[in-house]
Design a protein around this ligand. Structure first.
Ligand code: NAD
Ligand code: UDP
Length: 300
């Protein structure tokens, strides 16, 4: 029996495949390589010394998904596949709703037709909206500030309704805070196309001389040093959380929500200074305008 990992060639997916293989699970990846390379799949095999099955497939393609479920003995699904750039989602809402929501509908339908009863879903702390942190799983969801966030909120609702309709279904909703870092082998990591949207890849590219200067978005927030605070979690810790979620799903039914964060926030300036201290590289940065939609604080 295997775990199907949609989006398994991506940043979080590839790290999760490493931890699943190390824990002894068989892994099948379905990824359309829209934001990833098959190299990451080879690197996962190199790191673990284990084999896995890779399908270049779009989760919206029902025929392709049916074929995977027919060929492989899938026991559980970890669903990472989706578009994730917040700013782009504001400009291209239809593409985001189409890829993320339609893809999830096809996946759930194919799972149902093949009697697969466990799904672990990549959600986000963004579903809490602008309530006051710390964010706790028992809080109601809030208003999202962009279409990407709404796709996560809607997909949580769709999966919850599927579990209401099928008492055999297990849905684990994992709400990630800010995943950063890379596998200690250095063979896989975050490799965004074009200009990075997220803080850590931007910082790394400035340190590496790929970009000239980091702009810190806002220095006048109501936080101790005026810059926004976030809950940064190492991607390998996040990946291990998925292995735990697979174990949890094996012995529970219904819907469960788990935050994946550390509970400790750090400001942008603290991150910049910690990066400088650990690498010995001075970062060229300036304090710029606030970025629209950013919250001052977010932590688990
Ligand atoms: P990523 O872009 O590296 O990985 C997503 C993968 O899905 C990519 O490999 C991409 O090629 C694939 N994909 C996209 N659409 C697909 C489709 N229709 N069919 C098949 N494959 C498709 O992103 P990531 O950072 O690894 O994020 C993984 C998941 O976690 C996403 O759902 C994302 O929204 C969610 N998430 C990420 C963060 C973060 O900060 N990185 C935070 C919260 C939630
Ligand atoms: N940030 C920044 N400069 C950048 C990218 C991000 O100052 O070039 C800040 C951003 O305002 C936020 C934090 O870094 O306070 C984390 O942003 P990121 O986009 O990585 O994650 P988010 O919390 O928005 O999901």
């Amino acid at each position: 029996m295997a775990i199907l990992v949609t989006g398994g060639a991506g940043f979080i997916g590839s790290h999760t495949c490493v931890e699943l293989l190390n824990a002894g699970y068989d892994v099948v990846i379905a990824d359309n390589l829209y934001n990833a390379s098959e190299k990451a799949v080879d690197r996962v095999k190199q790191i673990t010394g284990k084999d896995l099955k890779f399908y270049k497939a779009d989760i919206r393609d029902k025929e392709a998904m049916n074929e995977i479920f027919e060929k492989e003995e899938i026991e559980s699904v970890i669903h990472f596949a989706g578009l994730k750039a917040v700013g782009e989602s504001v400009v291209k809402p239809l593409e985001y709703y189409e890829n993320n929501i339609a893809g999830t509908l096809v996946l759930c339908d194919v799972m149902r037709n093949h009697g697969v009863k466990n799904i672990i879903f990549s959600s986000s702390a963004t579903v809490y909206g602008d309530q006051k942190p710390p964010y706790v799983e028992t809080m109601p969801k809030g208003e999202c500030s962009n279409p990407y966030g709404w796709t996560k909120s809607m997909m949580e609702q769709i999966l919850t309704d599927c579990a209401k309709a099928d008492s055999e279904l297990t849905v684990v909703l994992l709400r990630y805070f800010n995943p950063i870092g890379a596998h200690s082998s250095g063979k896989i990591g975050e490799d965004p196309q074009g200009i990075p949207n997220n803080l850590m890849p931007y910082v790394s590219q400035v340190a590496a001389g790929v970009r000239e200067q980091l702009t810190i978005f806002g220095g006048d927030y109501p936080t101790p040093d005026g810059t926004c605070r976030r809950d940064y979690i190492h991607v390998v810790d996040l990946a291990c959380g998925h292995v735990k979620a697979v174990e949890y799903a094996d012995s529970h039914k219904g819907v469960e929500i788990f935050n994946l964060g550390t509970g400790t926030p750090y400001s942008v300036l603290e991150i910049v200074h910690a990066f400088e201290k650990s690498t010995g590289v001075k970062l060229n940065y300036r304090i710029g305008e606030r970025r629209p939609g950013d919250l001052p604080d977010s932590w688990a």
